[in-house]
Write a protein that binds this ligand. Structure first.
Ligand code: ADP
Length: 583
């Protein structure tokens, strides 16, 4: 701000000076023009009078009446043209007629031969000379012209121009003005006390010459109170005022060896210009500062916002990272749990397999006695057929021998079926459920294993024939295991029954196939009806309570279900539902 104020002051001052200089030059030129036109106007007067026949006639005749007429003429002319004095000199330089003929300071009779303008006009025809009037004591410009008749000089006509009015006009303006001659002596000035002061100190010789000529009377010819300063101005001491700085312009006055000087006050205008420039600079600086302030404020706000957004972004990122970490951990935990579960399931599965196999082997133990008896019978029959055949062979009854052999073959086939069934049943089978098992085959297999028990206990078997070709999606051995389980339970339940009967049937039930094992025993004991398919529910002294549980799991593996209907005293009816296998 300080630099701007200092710079603006400097520039403002320079600008103000330039403006003032322009104004002052213009004012000086105008004033010079006015002065010149005034001089030109006055110059025409002696020129015209030098040609005037009346003036010449008066000089030629030397008639006092003629001079008197000129006195009156000059008086009127001087009044009209504003010339201070108009007068006529004869060749001796004595005034013969004058516009001030009737005033105490009349030039008539006075001799002006010593005046340079007289001599100049006599010799050169015309001359101009500024001097202090030696009669009137008023300074003025003397315009002199020679009068001639046939190339002979008659006298000199002089017009004295005083500049009181011009100077009074100048005084109306505040700027002091003055006119100097070729030696720097002030001839005219708006400041009265400056008249006949000098622009520069005069040499003693010049001073002496001027004093002798009485051009400026006994004026002291001291220098003007003007002092140039370092800033190209002049310090001026005006009467009754302190020293002030002024701009000094000068211009030549055309037609005269004069210089016109104008002093223009710089102080106030300069101060105003400097103050203006400083104000503008201060405003500009303030505006710039304001703009910079606004810009910085906005920049700060944007930076704050960017910082806040960055903080939010980082917060978000850390949250996402934390959440991702949690999710990853949860995922890892879940995977570990899944693996544990899969492992547990696999273990459970293999355990179930073991259980199924154990259940099967338990049945085998149960049915072995019956099966052994089932085999014993044909073996005994084969024995007796063989014995018979030997007798028949000795007798030569070959037909009977052949018949016996055929019976033996049939019996061995029967034994083969049973042992085959036993071997198949005891085999550890895969728990696959995509096999196609004809319903009759499975029922036959199961009945082969428990048939002996039915017969021994006198249980009637009702087997309703199923649709031919009816098959289910299952695995044969396991399905037989379920059927054996249900048949064995029915056989056990019928121990005390009066007319024991087991019904085995199979039929299509919608898209599924139902296999039913029903008995007319006492039905399910109430104590275990609610929890029939839960492990270790048994009413048998040597029972495990796992048969139905395993059966239900096997059927579920095939995509089917095992259900029971039972009423106390009316027997139990177990139904296996399995998906039908189409050929
Ligand atoms: P277990 O034969 O080893 O007892 P199960 O799961 O096969 O195991 O049978 C559970 C119980 O259900 C049997 O102890 C018996 O009380 C009852 N039960 C099963 N089938 C019948 C049925 N047909 N009639 C009456 N009760 C039955």
């Amino acid at each position: 701000m300080l630099v701007a104020l200092w710079g603006a002051g400097h520039v403002g001052r320079k600008q103000a000076h330039a403006d003032l200089l322009d104004d002052a030059s213009a004012a000086a030129a105008l004033k010079v023009t006015l002065l010149t036109s005034e001089l030109d106007k006055q110059r025409s007067l002696p020129f015209v009078l030098a040609q005037d026949s009346e003036v010449k006639g008066a000089l030629l005749s030397g008639d006092p009446a003629g001079y008197q007429a000129l006195n009156l003429k000059f008086e009127a002319l001087s009044r009209d043209t504003g010339a201070a004095v108009i007068y006529l000199l004869d060749l001796s330089g004595t005034g013969v007629a004058a516009s001030n003929w009737n005033l105490p300071a009349s030039f008539v009779g006075s001799n002006f031969a010593f005046r340079p303008y007289f001599q100049g006009a006599v010799h050169a025809g015309r001359s101009e000379y500024f001097a202090l009037g030696n009669v009137s004591n008023e300074p003025g410009l003397y315009l002199a012209r020679r009068l001639e008749q046939d190339g002979r000089p008659l006298g000199v006509i002089v017009v004295k121009v005083e500049f009181g009015t011009v100077e009074a006009g100048w005084r109306k303006f505040p700027a002091p003005v003055f006119v100097t001659d070729e030696r720097g002596v002030v001839l005219l000035s708006s400041v009265e006390s400056w008249r006949f002061l000098t622009e520069r100190p005069l040499s003693p010789e010049e001073r002496e010459a001027l004093r002798t000529s009485l051009q400026f009377g006994d004026a002291p010819l001291t220098p003007l109170p003007l002092r140039p300063d370092s800033a190209g101005r002049v310090t001026v001491q005006l009467p009754g005022r302190d020293e002030e700085p002024f701009l000094h312009v000068q211009a030549p006055v055309p037609g005269e060896p004069w210089q016109f000087h104008l002093l223009s006050a710089t102080g106030e205008a300069t101060e105003r210009a400097v103050a203006d420039a400083r104000l503008k600079a201060a405003l500009a600086v303030l505006c710039t500062l304001l703009a910079a302030g606004i810009w910085m404020h906005r920049r700060h706000r944007i930076q704050d916002r960017v910082r806040a957004q960055e903080a939010i972004r980082q917060e978000l990122e850390s949250r996402v990272a934390a959440r991702t970490r949690e999710l990853r951990e949860a995922n890892a935990q879940l995977r570990a749990e899944m693996e544990d579960r899969q492992r547990a399931e696999a273990e459970l599965h293999s355990l179930q397999e073991e259980l199924v196999q154990a259940n099967k082997l338990a049945f085998l133990g149960q049915i072995t006695a019956g099966v052994a008896h089932e085999i014993n019978q044909p073996v005994a029959a084969i024995r007796s057929y063989a014995d018979n055949s030997a007798v028949f062979l000795e007798r030569g009854v070959l037909d009977r021998v052949r018949g016996n052999m055929a019976a033996i073959a049939a019996l061995t086939e029967r034994i083969g079926v049973i042992t085959n069934e036993l071997r198949t049943f005891s085999r550890k089978s895969a728990p696959v459920a995509d096999g196609r098992v004809p319903v009759e085959v499975a029922i036959d297999g199961a009945l082969t294993l428990v048939g002996f028990q039915l017969r021994r206990r006198g249980i009637a078997l009702h087997r309703s024939a199923s649709e031919p070709g009816l098959a289910v999606k299952a695995e044969r051995v396991r399905l037989e295991q379920v059927l054996v389980n249900l048949l064995q339970n029915a056989i056990d339940a019928l121990e005390q029954a009066a007319e024991p009967r087991i019904t085995v049937s199979a039929y299509r039930d919608g898209s599924r196939v139902a296999l039913v094992v029903a008995d007319n025993g006492p039905g399910l004991p109430e104590s275990i009806t609610a929890s029939l398919f839960t492990p270790f529910q048994t009413t048998k002294p040597r029972g495990l309570g796992l048969g139905l549980v395993i059966s239900r799991d096997i059927v579920a593996d095939f995509g089917g279900s095992l259900s029971v209907q039972s009423q106390p005293g009316c027997g139990a009816r177990f139904t296996i539902h399995l998906p039908e296998a189409t050929s």
